[in-house]
Design a protein around this ligand. Structure first.
Ligand SMILES: *Cc1c(COP(=O)(O)O)cnc(C)c1O
Length: 306
């Protein structure tokens, strides 16, 4: 029996945020929705004014921050927290701060706490007064996955650290609604599984089609998507071994310190970071036609079921 493969895709009309869709209505062909699996449709992304894309991203991040504050407040009220505690949610996250998103099932191979391997270094990154960084987490573990629950507890503990409590938020009760707000609202989507164990990692596709750049291990879909995507890879294509936990954590810290965060905050003549916007356009152009489920269904149809 011959064995082939079809790469997953996500439903673009569901996951694409309304601000960017409105921009596409203006600058792409009017029937772009009907041809979104055609790479030619996306060539016109280069015509979109950078300032408009930047404003769309900023608007989505403000919406995300609002969403997080309301949701955390509801959760606190449900737990009968004090009024003071509930009022404090207004300090949660800052819409002007560079924001990393991490949300998925908490299976242990996804190494959800890799980011905390060197807390001192992490604090230097998150608390840098000139270039601050905040991280939003969400996700559930399988009820019988003890290891996964331990990871959630570790992240929750970090959110209780007085220095980090404004910079790290764990959003409870992960759902499609939470996923949608996150992949549309953050600046960078992080995925750091042990290489070789990720089946796909579809959330990165959802982020990418919203112009959210990926920072990911070269595994699952990203192993196919990385080249030409404008995104960043953690580590190389070696199969997993235990020493990679340190190597990959170091790679994440170094990329954030030396490249990603400074690039995000860089302003020359424009009110937006030019290199960041160049990468965002590259990301939209290369990922949108490829990692949607229209392309996926066409491949099932033609390659497997014909
Ligand atoms: C997309 C999605 C997933 C899958 O994301 P992965 O990156 O493949 O782990 C899981 N849960 C929800 C709610 C999603 O929207």
């Amino acid at each position: 029996v011959p064995i082939g493969n079809v790469t997953n895709g996500v439903h673009l009309p569901t996951w694409l945020n309304g601000d960017i869709a409105t921009i596409y209505d203006q600058y792409l062909q009017p029937d772009w929705r009907d041809h979104h699996a055609d790479p030619k449709t996306w060539e016109l992304v280069k015509e979109v004014p950078e300032g408009e894309l930047w404003e769309a991203r900023r608007h989505r991040k403000r919406m995300l921050v609002q969403f997080v504050r309301e949701r955390v407040a509801q959760q606190l009220i449900a737990k009968k927290a004090s009024a003071v505690e509930v009022r404090r949610v207004h300090d949660l996250l800052d819409p002007d701060v560079f924001t990393i998103g991490f949300a998925r099932r908490f299976a242990t191979y996804k190494r959800a706490t890799l980011f905390f391997r060197d807390v001192t270094r992490l604090k230097r990154i998150l608390l840098n007064p000139k270039m601050p960084v905040q991280v939003l987490y969400a996700g559930k573990s399988h009820p019988r996955d003890h290891g996964g629950k331990v990871l959630i507890r570790e992240i929750y503990q970090m959110t209780r650290d007085p220095e980090l409590s404004k910079r790290i938020v764990f959003l409870e009760d992960y759902s499609i609604e939470v996923a949608r707000e996150m992949v549309q609202g953050v600046d960078l989507w992080m995925n750091n599984p042990r290489r070789g164990e990720e089946a796909c990692g579809t959330s990165g596709m959802k982020a990418g089609m919203n112009g959210v750049l990926n920072l990911s291990v070269l595994d699952g879909w990203f192993d196919e998507a990385y080249e030409g995507s404008g995104c960043w890879a953690i580590g190389d294509r070696d199969p997993y071994s235990e020493d990679q936990d340190d190597i990959h954590a170091n790679a994440i810290y170094s990329l954030l310190e030396n490249e990603i965060v400074p690039m995000y905050y860089e302003r020359k003549d424009e009110s937006y970071p030019e290199e960041w916007l160049r990468r965002m356009k590259q990301c939209l152009t290369s990922l949108s036609p490829q990692f949607n489920c229209t392309r996926m269904l066409q491949e099932y149809d033609v390659q497997l079921y014909d």
